[in-house]
Design a protein around this ligand. Structure first.
Ligand SMILES: [Zn+2]
Length: 279
């Protein structure tokens, strides 16, 4: 994940904490990186006469508050792309076959709700996200999704009509997948390389049609996030390296993003971009 932190205003409290970290430059904490908070160059060298009076903490639920809640992550490793088959069916993955200490955030659909603060949150906190969009929603709300794209998000394919594909004819599946891919490419300037079938339901025809429409892999998920809660599919209740977290464009997406980031952090992992691993 390449990160070019933008200047942002940080509270005096955060600044003091960052200065304290900088003061122990010999320790590993110095190399830790908060994907949200990066001091601006001017903030790194305050004058001795600077007033210590801290500004009030951001009110809960504001964009500043969400940004302030993002954990400090270890630096993301240099991505080692996972091997892809050169012939035969493309892979269908619940989690990526990597041992690198990363996990992936994905956001689906797009038609139901688009919380207005999400693009700014993703931009300010440098959250790597992959969006699996239905093409009609993408077309109707292209400005919104383009804002997330500008912030580093990548648009991928989730069909046109969001119908289950399993058991349908090749022609039907190809129309749903290629039709969406064509529209998304026209809207966002890039051909989707990943496909997620609606409801995660697929068959061998889905893999063939997705490949024929330009997909390199078909993605399921390892955890779902809804209304600020992570739901694990395994009893350990820990995000594993390579895990794919699924959330949706729903009203609580800000809370879902924060919950995913905290769960990834608790597991000792760093959020990364799927497209850096599937090339
Ligand atoms: Zn969906």
């Amino acid at each position: 994940m390449s990160v070019t932190p933008t200047r942002r205003i940080i509270s005096a409290t955060t600044l003091l904490a960052l200065l304290a970290l900088s003061a122990c430059a010999a320790g590993p904490a110095f190399h830790a990186r908060q994907i949200a908070a990066q001091p601006s160059p001017s903030a790194a060298s305050p004058t001795p006469s600077a007033s210590p009076s801290p500004t009030a903490p951001p009110a809960r639920g504001t964009l500043d508050w969400y940004v302030s809640q993002v954990p400090v992550f270890p630096a993301a490793p240099l991505p080692e792309p996972v091997p892809l088959p050169t012939t035969g069916p493309i892979p269908f993955w619940h989690r990526l076959p990597t041992t690198q200490k990363v996990a992936f955030i994905t956001i689906d659909d797009g038609g139901l709700a688009r919380p207005p603060a999400v693009p700014d949150f993703i931009a300010r906190a440098h959250i790597p996200v992959t969006m699996f969009l239905n093409s009609p929603a993408a077309e109707e709300h292209d400005v919104y999704f383009r804002q997330i794209q500008v912030a580093g998000g990548v648009v991928e394919n989730h069909t046109i009509r969001h119908n289950s594909l399993a058991g349908r004819s090749y022609d039907y599946q190809k129309q749903e997948i290629c039709g969406a891919a064509d529209k998304l490419q026209a809207l966002f300037g890039q051909r989707a390389t990943l496909f997620r079938p609606p409801f995660g339901e697929r068959d061998s025809t889905t893999l063939k049609a997705a490949r024929d429409c330009g997909a390199k892999a078909v993605l399921h998920w390892s955890e779902t996030v809804h209304e600020g809660k992570v739901r694990y599919q395994t009893p350990e209740k820990v995000v594993q390296p390579g895990d794919v977290l699924l959330m949706h464009f729903r009203p609580a997406l800000m809370d879902d993003l924060l919950a995913a980031l905290k769960a990834i952090h608790r597991a000792g992992l760093t959020p990364a971009l799927l497209e850096d691993y599937i090339r």
